[in-house]
Write a protein that binds this ligand. Sequence first.
Ligand code: FES
Length: 161
Amino acid sequence: MKIEELNVDERIGSAGDVLTESQKKRGLLIHAFQSIQKEHNYLPEDVLQQLSKKLDIPLSDVYSTASFYKHFYFNPRGKNIVCVCMGTACHVRGAGKVLEKLGKTFGVKEGETTPDLSLTLETVGCVGCCGLAPVATVNDEVVGDLSAKKVDEIIKKVKEG
Ligand code: FES
């Protein structure tokens, strides 16, 4: 999304009839964040500054709104997002070892991204597939019964891009 092309009235539509100018602009923030993140894979600071100017909303308010949601990121994320479930079922079935192996292989800790942006390693509480424990998601695809072989396959897939 090009910030300079952002048209407040067009985006808000008929709902704008009952909103103030300020409300209309603030109403666009989430949509703008989604578009920006889709394009950049995170919310770059310079783009948020442009958005702040375009909508005449203080930058602190822009950050405050974005940071309220867990789904917006302020640092570059990897091309591959591997998320190891650390919920109880996965934990007792060896998720810690899976996380450790992935971390050691790629030289990152939980929440970090490799310098080449090939991988971001994350954890989650439970993805609702406890019967398949230990579980990880690889770019939103659930991989269960994570044996050492399956972890090696994930590693190979990430390394191959
Ligand atoms: S604890 Fe891992 S899927 Fe539920």
